[in-house]
Design a binder for this molecule. Sequence first.
Ligand code: PMP
Length: 305
Amino acid sequence: MIYQNVTELIGHTPLLKLQLPTPNQVSIYAKLEMYNPGGSIKDRMGEYLLVDASKKGLINEETTIIEPTAGNTGIGLALAAQKRGLPVILVVPEQFSQEKQVLMRALGAKIVHTPKAEGIKGAIKKAQALASQLENSYVPLQFENPANPAAYARSLAPELLADFAENDLQIDGFVAGAGSGGTFAGIAKYLQQHVAGLKTAVVEPEGSILNGGPAHSHRTEGIGVEFIPPFFADVKIDEAYTISDDQAFEMVAQMARTNGLFIGSSSGAALAASLELAKTLPPNSNIVTIFPDSSERYLSKNIYQ
Ligand code: PMP
């Protein structure tokens, strides 16, 4: 197969059965989203946000795309925008990883920083202010845009079902972290429609507010919410696990040491939560979880120390 554009490489990522001791001999399978061309799950959404906006007539060949983002969304959007020749401005709270910002700039995006103390809410406000000043601009706004969960419901979720069906396996549990909540909501809702008896678990770091807070900063990057994602309104959530930074980073180290796998801290948190969900499932159940990106994106933050 010869591809014509790097965005054609998005999706159809590998599913890996992890080798580790688990409660109740549960098997844990991880969808390796770092194998997308931009290095994260957000390539799927970046491309689909622009497909959707284009279909709805919200953008044309000269629209500037503006988005508040922790980084991976910026890379995904920058890839999708580059293909279409559209300029991109990404509004990034200043605590996020340098590697992601270097990559966003390399793809041609302009970065605007907002203060760490204002969090993602500050970045959202700034993006909207920039858009109101700039004619022919569009803010996809992943935190509210139904095309965000839809991106995963139409690609990643069917891939999971197909992978399990081809191997005559049933999915008993689904675990994913929440930042915007799009990954969890889009996939959980789709799987619930297709898999009887599925148990779903959402994952947050300590410092996120799903289990009642209090809100504070955390080292685990890419997940954690400052407000309940609107996408959660119509999806059944069986468990919400709050994972400490130490737990997440221990899993990151363990996966490199024992499975030869470089995972980011949100993947580490998803794995720690999968081990918690395993305690509640019958023996020999199957859990599928999402590994959104790679540790290589966080080496400057000493992810292995
Ligand atoms: N992990 C990483 C590394 C991410 O960048 C993101 C997106 N911020 C997530 C998990 C969470 O994904 P979602 O926004 O779909 O909840």
